[in-house]
Design a binder for this molecule. Structure first.
Ligand SMILES: C[S@@+](CC[C@H](N)C(=O)[O-])C[C@H]1O[C@@H](n2cnc3c(N)ncnc32)[C@H](O)[C@@H]1O
Length: 326
């Protein structure tokens, strides 16, 4: 569904006036300079770039500002993030189209706009700062139900998982997100015990407190519930599958010579990008119709010292890029 930016801007202004709410924390986009360079935004003629995870529009804004001839199509599965992006990009409304949807459906979504092929695709997955503040249970401090859905129209919440998964299933989920097996087991058992004692864990804050009370977890310098929260969020939003499918979709909609840039923030995501790129650089089998890529970054590119210093959130960021050759 494409969104009318001018209309949205008016809705947001009215809502702000009614609620008296001022100022929001916008997500600072990571590695902007490198993203623009790998996408060759400055060199594009009348090009189209798809921001497949537009979020609150930081990267899109930089793309629009870098080249007045480039159009941006921004996709996100979080309708409220799109509202913010619409407001932020309103000055460029004649060159922006925002679409509510999943990047794994990018080709179909673009077809609905009559667009077949584009010059560049950007994937910047995961959670934005805006979403972290949205009281959906993403933050340890949220005295709000454990929802964690990026797309409010999807069915499964973090609460559903905590109520229905067995201790073993939960343990495996936490291990996938990087938790030590022994810690994952103790956390899963504590959750199951609490669930049978009180009927469930009502809020994000309550879950963070429950994990904090387990003695002897090896969290290091990070909050002991960090990986548990990440595991739940990733499962609720099927983030790894979406990322893999998003890379495939991005590759399919690129024209020959078009570029795909993917940012990641943790090892499981980076591994997924590396493996998916490795599949897509193989020549298609005879009769197989699929894109073929050439990798532009042998090793992932990291943020500059200056950026890591200024934006701590970008510290773990890795950029991989590829070009469509077939
Ligand atoms: C890190 S933020 C992107 C920030 C953005 N680049 C900016 O500069 O503001 C990630 C965004 O991706 C969205 N997202 C995550 N998975 C998605 C998917 N499968 N399809 C579409 N959007 C997705 C999230 O809702 C979130 O808004």
């Amino acid at each position: 569904m494409a969104i009318d930016l001018q209309w949205l801007k008016r809705v947001i202004e009215r809502r702000k006036k009614e609620s008296g709410e001022e100022g929001i924390r916008l997500h600072p986009p990571a590695m902007v300079k490198e993203v623009l360079e790998f996408l060759r935004v400055g060199e594009l003629g009348k090009g189209v770039v798809v921001d497949m995870t537009v979020g609150t529009g930081g990267h899109s804004l930089a793309i629009l500002q870098a080249n007045p001839r480039v159009e941006v199509i921004g996709i996100d599965r979080d309708a409220s993030s799109l509202e913010v992006a619409a407001e932020r990009l309103a000055d460029y409304a004649d060159r922006v189209t925002l679409i509510y949807g999943d990047m794994r459906d990018a080709q179909r979504l673009l077809m609905q706009l009559g667009v077949e092929q584009v010059d560049g695709c950007l994937i910047d997955p995961g959670l934005s700062l805006w979403q972290m503040d949205s009281k959906r249970g993403f933050s340890f401090l949220d005295d709000a139900p454990l929802d964690m859905r990026m797309d409010r129209a999807s069915q499964v919440t973090a609460q559903t998982l905590l109520q229905t998964l067995s201790a073993e299933e939960m343990e495996n989920l936490f291990v996938q997100a990087g938790e030590r097996r022994s810690d994952a087991r103790r956390i899963a058992q504590a959750i199951v015990k609490e669930r049978s004692r009180s009927g469930g864990i009502p809020t994000a804050k309550a879950l963070a407190e429950l994990v904090t009370q387990i003695k002897g977890l090896r969290g290091g310098r990070i909050h002991p519930a960090t990986k548990v929260f990440m595991a739940l969020r990733m499962a609720v939003n099927e983030e790894i599958d979406s990322l893999r499918l998003g890379i495939w979709e991005g590759s399919k909609i690129l024209k020959k010579g078009g570029r795909l840039v993917v940012l990641t923030y943790q090892s499981l995501e980076d591994k997924t990008v590396k493996e998916t790129f490795a599949t897509l650089v193989q020549p298609p089998e005879r009769g197989e119709e699929r894109p073929m890529l050439r990798i532009l970054t042998k090793d992932p590119v990291r943020p500059s010292y200056q950026e890591r210093h200024q934006n701590p959130r970008a510290r773990s960021c890795k950029l991989r890029a590829a070009e469509r050759v077939k």
